[in-house]
Write a protein that binds this ligand. Structure first.
Ligand SMILES: O=C(O)CCC(=O)C(=O)O
Length: 275
């Protein structure tokens, strides 16, 4: 059932993003954080570098978020009722580390066309200006794709440090979210985020992205899951959901999927970046 109000739909249309949208309780968010941290403790490195992609394939709670009916209701309001999950990314910024995200447009490097897709950024911890929440350049989704430099700079959480020059940072909107809330953003809206200057981690779980069944991957290959509705196009291979926490076959499968992703992320690039 479509879930966004007419004001929220207008915000998305005018600004290229909509927030805050309540998805689950703070208590649930804490449970999810605990599961992420359990994986980090039991399997050091599993969620680092390229391992941060597709954690929903090994974490039952992140799988639950990815298929959460409230989130899907909101997504349905934007891209229609036949919805696939094309991948997820954990964006974790630890205190005292140099993690930031340079200003970029997702559509420039994700390879999904047409743009009948939307990215959900789900707050597992609170996300605010102090700990480096996302910042959006309102209305920038209405422009064409912009030039991006590939900076491969230290601390940049993007694979190739893709960076748009001259973004008016003072005009960007901070997407302040409480744990359990989410934002949705358009493929061409310009966005980025600053350092975490707080004493705690900032954890965002990003479904990157929910795509309509009519969307193709033009840079490589993406395994997908059906989130809602029917896939009459069959452009993508359907992949499994996790069986249990720390399941060996799930862990092997995630690695295989992430190896395939390298082609998408580094297409057209002469070198490998941070991830
Ligand atoms: O988590 C962040 O700070 C940035 C995430 C991002 O760029 C995205 O979700 O597209």
């Amino acid at each position: 059932m479509p879930y966004l109000s007419s004001n929220q739909l207008k915000q998305y249309e005018d600004e290229g993003f909509v927030f805050p949208i309540k998805s689950f309780s703070k208590e649930k968010a804490k449970e999810i954080r605990n599961e992420i941290e359990l994986i980090e403790n039991k399997m050091p490195g599993e969620l680092d570098k390229s391992g941060r992609y597709n954690a929903h394939l090994i974490s039952p709670l992140l799988d639950e978020v990815t298929h959460n009916p409230k989130i899907l209701d909101a997504v349905e309001s934007l891209i229609g009722k036949n919805i696939l999950v094309c991948g997820t990314t954990l964006f974790i910024k630890n205190p005292n580390e140099k993690g930031f995200v340079s200003y970029h447009q997702d559509a420039k490097y994700i390879g999904l066309e047409p743009y009948n897709w939307v990215t959900a950024w789900v707050a597992i911890t609170d996300s605010n200006e102090q700990n480096g929440c996302m910042r959006m350049w309102s209305g920038s989704h209405k422009d064409n794709l912009k030039n991006h430099d590939q900076k491969f700079n230290e601390g940049n959480l993007l694979t190739r440090g893709q960076t748009i020059k001259n973004v008016p940072k003072e005009k960007t909107t901070p997407l302040v979210l409480s744990a359990g809330q989410m934002s949705l953003h358009h493929p061409t809206v310009v966005h980025g985020s600053d350092l975490n200057k707080s004493n705690d981690r900032r954890i965002g779980f990003v479904i990157q992205s929910y795509i309509g069944t009519n969307v193709k991957q033009i840079l490589g290959k993406n395994g997908v899951q059906i989130a809602r509705g029917k896939d009459n196009f069959n452009f993508h291979e359907k992949i499994r959901r996790p069986k249990s926490l720390l399941n060996k076959n799930d862990i092997r499968f995630k690695k295989q999927e992430n190896d395939n992703l390298q082609e998408v992320f580094y297409k057209g690039s002469s070198r490998k970046g941070n991830y």
